[in-house]
Design a protein around this ligand. Structure first.
Ligand code: BGC
Length: 471
């Protein structure tokens, strides 16, 4: 049986699963927004008279908001706590979704989409951060990846919501307004969860940290609360302060590179062009409008199903292996898609192969790079700088998303569809080399053990985190 299921059963306590799901609603907001706008846009552009520049702004301003949200919330997650940052993010989402649903002009819609972006950018990394800090090592991979599971479920939910309201008058207002429900669920749900033990220890609130850990570990026979507290304490003593410039310290820098590489390659292999443009890609193979939309739902389902596979396997097979297998798979698939579009013979005689390639691509992403990026950045950094370093990696991820989404159509115009897919394939090859060379295995280790191993033993950790200089 999967280590994840056995591990959860051993913990004998539903609290961990409950709070991980609540925290992962942050992922649902993220995914819902990614999926809903393309459908809503079809209708709102007529009602609000949006020309193509206005439409581009309506879509992409969310990514700009997300970049800013991710920057600001690294600080908030330390100062206010992970928990309260997520409550605020849920509230902002509710206001944003309502504002979009009732928007009477393009500037108003753009303004509220920006607000949604602030919330999504925050939720996108504080969710994995929170879950990693409450999870025991044996099931951390699966639990943190609930976040990715809810991202993919959010994308699928959005396709279904778009479909449900496609013939309702003012349907786009409903499509955007439905976001109020997960937003409120996040804000209210987060009020019921505890602070993370690691954040409490950073605040010097050891008694509370111990009480939370005791509840979280339930009757888990592998749990040793004293040892966990001692490890967190030891790791904390090695850190002096947590400032943004700490990210540049020589021992920390390699970890920042790993997070940056994962963040950028996750987007540069073209995932969101497939998510945003799947119907267009499929239509290019000669399908009708409705057939290509139906097949897009199939792509969405594959994304969810293979993320479940990842949740079950990450704690058994390991992060690194799944990352490498997945990235090889998606690279082969996208290069094949390039070959497909270059060959008129394949297009006429075997058009179903485009769908097969898209499905393989999505499945391979869902099993590796999708969840592993968010998981790794929640694991590899020391507690004192975790939220700032994660916020940095998240900013890069949103910025790379913005660049790819904003240039895809131009890229196709410049070098053709197949050319664009070959570029993504080339990125995939670079990604495989980088991951094989740099990305460590973190399965089964406590966050503090990972910190020790990556920074090279107590003395070096201490020196790395305490030294004021950048030497
Ligand atoms: C990525 C998103 C992407 C989603 C697709 C996430 O891990 O960060 O940009 O849309 O996966 O499943």
């Amino acid at each position: 049986m999967s280590n994840f299921i056995t591990g959860l059963k051993a913990s004998g306590n539903g609290m961990l699963v409950r709070i991980s799901i609540i925290a992962a609603i942050g992922g649902l907001l993220f995914g819902f927004d990614t999926g809903v706008i393309s459908g809503a846009l079809l209708y709102l552009k007529k009602d609000l008279n949006a020309n193509s520049t206005a439409q581009e702004w309506i879509v992409s301003v969310l990514l700009l908001g997300a970049i800013l949200g991710a920057i600001g919330s690294g600080y908030l997650a330390d100062k206010l706590s992970r928990k309260w940052t997520k409550v605020i993010s849920g509230c902002i989402y509710v206001v944003g979704a309502l504002g979009c649903a009732f928007a009477v002009s393009i500037p108003m819609l753009i303004g509220f989409r920006f607000l949604l972006g602030l919330s999504v950018g925050t939720a996108s990394f504080v969710a994995p951060l929170y879950i990693a800090e409450v999870s025991p090592p044996r099931v951390r991979g699966g639990l943190v990846s609930f976040n990715q599971l809810l991202i993919t479920s959010g994308i699928l939910l959005a396709y279904l919501v778009n479909f449900a309201f496609s013939s309702t008058p003012d349907g786009w207002r409903w499509m955007l307004g439905v976001g109020v429900i997960p937003g409120a669920a996040l804000a209210i749900g987060m009020l019921t969860v505890p602070h993370t033990p690691r954040w409490l220890m950073e605040q010097g609130r050891e008694d509370e940290a111990r009480a939370v850990l005791t509840k979280l570990r339930g009757s888990d026979p592998h749990a040793d609360i004293d040892k966990e507290i001692e490890e967190i304490q030891k790791a904390k003593e090695m850190e002096s302060s947590s400032r943004v410039r700490d990210l540049l310290k020589p021992n920390i820098r390699p970890l920042i590179w790993i997070g940056a590489g994962l963040a950028i390659f996750q987007q540069f292999v073209g995932i969101n062009t497939v998510i945003y443009y799947a119907p267009t890609i499929l239509k290019g193979t000669g399908l009708t409008n409705s057939a290509s939309i139906a097949q897009t739902v199939f792509v969405g389902v594959t994304n969810v199903v293979f993320t479940i596979v990842a949740v079950l396997l990450l704690d058994k097979v390991g992060r690194r292996r799944l990352l490498l297998i997945g990235t090889v798979g998606l690279t082969v698939a996208i290069i094949f898609l390039g070959v497909f579009f270059a060959s008129s013979w394949l297009q006429t005689n075997a058009s179903y192969l485009a769908l097969v390639a898209l499905i393989v691509y999505i499945a391979a992403f869902a099993v590796g790079l999708g969840p592993v990026f968010w998981l790794m950045i929640s694991e590899i950094y020391p507690t004192g700088i975790r939220s700032k370093a994660m916020s940095f990696a998240t900013v890069l991820n949103w910025a790379a998303n913005f660049v790819v989404a904003g240039t895809f159509l131009t890229l196709i115009a410049l070098i053709s569809t197949q050319g664009a897919f070959f570029v993504f394939g080339g990125m995939g090859i670079l990604a495989i080399v980088f991951f094989a060379w740099k990305v460590p295995e973190t399965k089964d280790k406590s966050l503090e053990q990972i910190q020790q191993e990556l920074l090279g033993g107590d003395a070096k950790v201490s020196a790395a985190l305490k030294s004021g200089s950048d030497e």
